[in-house]
Write a protein that binds this ligand. Structure first.
Ligand code: KPL
Length: 303
């Protein structure tokens, strides 16, 4: 089978390499000819650094506008705020019965994508794989992580074609929406605080953040509970401290976005929670304040 990947960021490139290793044909769909030139300059391959050596994965690439109609398998790994326009740009070329996987951060956008992609089957995934890039197509993995994948709409019970052969194995999760909320909750606690304080994930274990983090976690838990999601078997605060410990030396994706002047995913993380809290008449003032602070910074960048 032939997977086309929309969104050649770190996770898109990682999954291009994993799908290629699983025996799938892979084509990266790139935004424009400059990105395609950069890919050719990188020897038309994705490189992954491992133990001081680079493993090379030769995959194909083309621009979205050069793609031929009849795409049978589409993996979407764009930033949440780009997914609607990116999917719309490729949609006329995606077969009506194509399998589609959304592997993105945040929540709220999946619902629009499912509508846009009808009648195609859509799965959603959540990954904790840690990966940075030293350049556009060279990956520096920081932990294989766990990837869960489950049906969002119109899917058969099985994993999409080829995904059962991926290494490390993808976990089939019939309750993928719960897994999306779990990831969302952890990101909503760690990402805005690290972005605002310019600190590493591990710094959030320090006493100075304790009250803020505890309050924020309680707000997030009350929103999730009202929406019928069970987050973790322990308080979210303890789970967040554990993730902060495990990823202590990481700069969160939001800290990276904000410090590089890129638009962050705040709208689909704390913004999504703020809108949900309002709809459910829940008071979550700290989440709202963090959302507004980063959203204001985002709009200054894009002005
Ligand atoms: O997913 C992450 C992110 O940075 O977006 C965490 C879990 C916070 C790890 O850095």
């Amino acid at each position: 089978m032939h997977w086309h990947i929309l969104g050649a960021g770190a996770i898109g490139c990682l999954y291009a390499a994993r799908l290629a290793s699983a025996g799938c044909r892979v084509t990266l769909l790139l935004r424009n000819s400059q990105r395609l030139d950069a890919f050719h300059a990188a020897d038309s391959a994705i490189s992954i650094s491992r133990d001081g050596e680079y493993a090379r994965y030769a995959v194909a690439a083309q621009t979205v506008s050069d793609a031929e109609p009849g795409i049978s398998h589409l993996l979407v790994t764009t930033k949440a705020h780009e997914s609607e326009s990116a999917i719309s740009s490729i949609l006329p070329k995606v077969a009506a019965d194509a399998q589609v996987v959304l592997l993105q951060n945040g929540a709220g956008h999946q619902h629009h994508s499912v509508q846009l992609l009808a009648p195609r089957p859509v799965w959603a995934g959540v990954t904790t794989a840690g990966v940075r890039r030293s350049d556009s197509f060279t990956l520096l993995p920081a932990g294989a992580g766990t990837t869960r994948l489950g049906p969002l709409a119109r899917c058969p019970a099985s994993l999409p074609d080829g995904w059962a052969r991926i290494e490390p194995p993808v976990i089939a999760d019939a309750q993928i929406e719960n897994a999306i909320w779990q990831k969302l909750a952890v990101n909503a606690a760690i990402n805005p605080l690290t972005a605002i304080h310019g600190c590493l994930n591990g710094d959030l274990q320090n006493d100075q953040y304790r009250d803020t983090l505890e309050t924020l976690c309680r707000e997030i838990e009350s929103i999730a509970t009202r929406c019928g999601y069970h987050l973790f078997d322990r308080p979210l605060y303890e789970q967040v401290l554990e993730v902060a410990r495990q990823t202590a030396l990481n700069r969160s994706s939001m800290l990276e976005d904000v410090s590089q002047g890129r638009r962050s995913e705040i709208e689909f993380i704390n913004g999504f929670l703020a809108r949900t809290a309002r709809e459910q008449a829940i008071d979550a003032p700290l989440n709202l304040a963090l959302y507004e602070q980063i959203a204001a910074q985002d709009s200054k960048e894009s002005a």
